[in-house]
Ligand binder design. Structure first.
Ligand SMILES: NC(=O)N[C@@H](CC(=O)O)C(=O)O
Ligand SMILES: [Zn+2]
Ligand SMILES: [Zn+2]
Length: 427
């Protein structure tokens, strides 16, 4: 017995809309049929999902997430994190290695992959650390980590402070055809309060985080990427200066790609209501000018993809306040509705553009065989109700943590069914 998904609207990157039926067998899209003139396939003996009036998109791909397992299970674990992803319409997620222990050994990679296989509901792709314990002192065993199944190397959570260490990492990764994924932050330029050096900081008499602390690493690293030939991917781009450097590097044919998070696209420091740690993340919310710059960069292809940087932290931790709470906010469950409401409903972006940057494009950037509805591909699909407006409710959050500034927001574009590898994992 298979599953028929009937009468779904599909939207291509160029925004062409076509109505289709999908036949799912085991974990594959076995057949795709154009739904012409109300014609229906023979569904006898099969399960049927009615997608009439709904969008059917490839399962969303999130290349930057924190699942917190092992070590921080009070914030999230692979079971809760993958369910939160499923609610958000994500079917493939790439998890960051800043766990405890960090993902710097084959054993930890195996632990993650085993847990994901037994307790996870969506596909989990692990990153391995660039340096042991993310301390920036000694490279990990790149070859062994690759063999174990990591898809790239990153010390996300901290920047690699030494240029020589980064260059060595890039040279080694390049020799193995693997990417380096960089959290760009120069520690010598970061001091004071965990907000950007802008209007909010000024109003509260704080010394904030300057844009250069991010951009200086981007500038350094694109030069190192040029020298080593590595695929260099920039995490959570938040500043106008980083955008400029990436744009310039791309013009020179340097193999650089970049990501941006929904919160950096829809919020600026001027939206922060007060010293509330649910508005604290790294990089911080930047100025309206930076927000304009990252939006434009996504639109013109300087920034390639959208990621959530889903970063759960417990309420206790966040209650410590702006200065003491850890950096990070939830991402999975509000990403698509936020961007759909803010950019597609308003006519700024086409639906095809948004879906492309959350599916096909990330697959392309990281060479993954997902993000497509083609026959024979993995049965990863997200069915979205584009019409119903719903409020973001704290009690409906599936993640183990609740740290999001978007509670109370009224949004459209809610995933109603998520299918991962042929199984319904959210409905
Ligand atoms: N983005 C964040 O604010 N926090 C991330 C770390 C990171 O992505 O750098 C976390 O692990 O909590
Ligand atoms: Zn980071
Ligand atoms: Zn992160």
């Amino acid at each position: 017995m298979g599953i028929w998904i009937l009468n779904g609207q599909t939207v291509a990157a160029d925004n062409t809309v076509t109505k289709k039926h999908f036949y799912i067998e085991n974990d594959k899209i076995a057949q795709v049929v154009d739904a012409v003139d109300g014609s229906l396939p023979d569904t006898s003996g099969h399960e049927v999902i009615d997608a009439a009036g709904k969008l059917v998109a490839p399962g969303f791909i999130d290349m930057h997430v924190h699942l917190r397992e092992p070590g921080f299970e009070h914030k999230e674990n692979i079971a809760t994190g993958t369910r939160s992803a499923a609610r958000g319409g994500f079917t493939t997620i790439a998890c960051m290695p800043n766990t405890r222990p960090v993902i710097d050994t084959v054993d930890t990679v195996n632990y993650i992959l085993d847990k994901a296989a037994t307790e996870g509901v969506v596909r989990v792709l692990p990153y391995g650390c660039i340096t042991k314990n993310e301390l920036g002192r000694e490279l990990t065993d790149f070859a062994a980590l690759k063999e174990a199944g990591v898809i790239g190397y990153t010390d996300d959570g901290v920047g690699v402070q030494s240029a020589q260490m980064m260059k060595d990492a890039m040279a080694l990764a390049a020799s193995m055809g693997m990417p380096i994924i960089a959290h760009c932050e120069d520690n010598t330029l970061v001091e004071g309060a965990p907000v950007t050096d802008g209007a909010f900081a000024k109003k509260h008499g704080l010394k904030g985080i300057p844009n250069e602390s991010e951009a200086i690493h981007v500038g350094r690293d694109v030069l190192l990427a040029e020298a080593t030939g590595v695929h260099y991917h920039v995490c959570h781009v938040s500043t106008e200066q980083s955008v400029r450097l990436i744009r310039h590097a791309k013009q020179f044919g340097i193999k650089v790609t970049a990501e941006v998070c929904p919160h950096h696209l829809v919020l600026s420091d001027e939206d922060i209501p007060g010293m509330d740690a649910n508005w604290k993340m790294n990089p911080p919310l930047r100025t309206p000018r930076d927000v304009e710059a990252v939006i434009e960069a996504l639109e013109d292809g300087t920034i390639d993809i959208i990621v959530t940087d889903h970063a759960p932290h417990s309420e206790e931790e966040k209650e410590k306040g702006m200065h003491l709470a850890p950096f990070g906010i939830l991402g999975f469950e509000t990403a698509f509705p936020l961007l759909y409401t803010k950019f597609v409903k308003t006519g700024k972006w086409t639906l095809g553009f948004l879906i492309n940057r959350m599916t096909q494009k990330p697959a392309e950037v990281f060479g993954l065989p997902y993000g497509t509805l083609a026959e024979g591909s993995a049965a990863d699909l997200t069915i979205v109700d584009l019409d119903t407006e719903r409020e973001v409710l704290k009690e409906e959050i599936v993640s183990r943590s609740k740290n999001t500034p978007f509670i109370g927001w009224k949004l459209q574009g809610w995933p109603v069914v998520t299918m991962a590898s042929g199984k319904v994992v959210w409905s």
